[in-house]
Design a protein around this ligand. Sequence first.
Ligand SMILES: Nc1ncnc2c1ncn2[C@@H]1O[C@H](COP(=O)(O)OP(=O)(O)OP(=O)(O)O)[C@@H](O)[C@H]1O
Ligand SMILES: [Mg+2]
Length: 234
Amino acid sequence: MLEIKEMVSGYNKIPVLNLSELFVGAKSFTGVLGRNGMGKTTLLRTIMGELPAWQGRIALNGIDITGYQAHQRAVAGIGFVPQGRQIFPQLTVEENLRMGCVKHFSRAGQIIEQMLECFPRLKRLLAQPGGALSGGEQQLLALARCLCGQPQLVLLDEPTEGIQPNICEEIIETLRRLRHEMDISIILVEQDIEFLYALSDQIHVIEKGQIVQKIDPKTQSSASVAEQFLGFHV
Ligand SMILES: Nc1ncnc2c1ncn2[C@@H]1O[C@H](COP(=O)(O)OP(=O)(O)OP(=O)(O)O)[C@@H](O)[C@H]1O
Ligand SMILES: [Mg+2]
């Protein structure tokens, strides 16, 4: 459903991302593993159109979206949950979810109700300001808010960063359930290899803005991958 060829982007005329190709299939979960500063966020921001690609081609469901701005890509079906969540801290959980429904405002009530079935923990927090939630709860809210836009492709940037292990488990369970219940693909950027292994059909390793290895989590152990690419034993 997503097809990228020869995509280059960066900051202040310095190239950071140099992607020869990336394919994401329909209803698939694609992991991207890489250490700090390797270009993971740059990759997602370029796919979202927040950062202009200097060259290359990007297509979503066979439609060339290379010239689309970020809001046009959102309309076309790409949703982004940025690193650090970026929920609205002053707004309540319910208001945050409503903000996610801007594309489908007339159906906001129904969409939020459906979302709360997938994110039961958010139900009792609806009247709380977003800023009063724990890091993990904010991550669940950011994901739920993104899904309120009913994207086909979700870009998820380091959802486990600074989060308690029990909420990581809950995020894994939630994403597994969404996979069955919704017609979505996810690009999942992480440094937590076990999280990626729990969810990904394929994992791409990114180093210095390039994909240096494609891993099938069914045939290669997470320990060997961590040792080879992250430089530690798990
Ligand atoms: N706004 C920016 N302006 C200039 N350089 C940037 C900017 N954002 C990122 N970079 C640089 O681009 C490179 C890749 O950064 P990026 O944020 O994509 O890495 P990352 O893999 O997401 O790292 P992390 O795991 O720490 O989030 C780094 O060298 C970083 O310093
Ligand atoms: Mg990052």
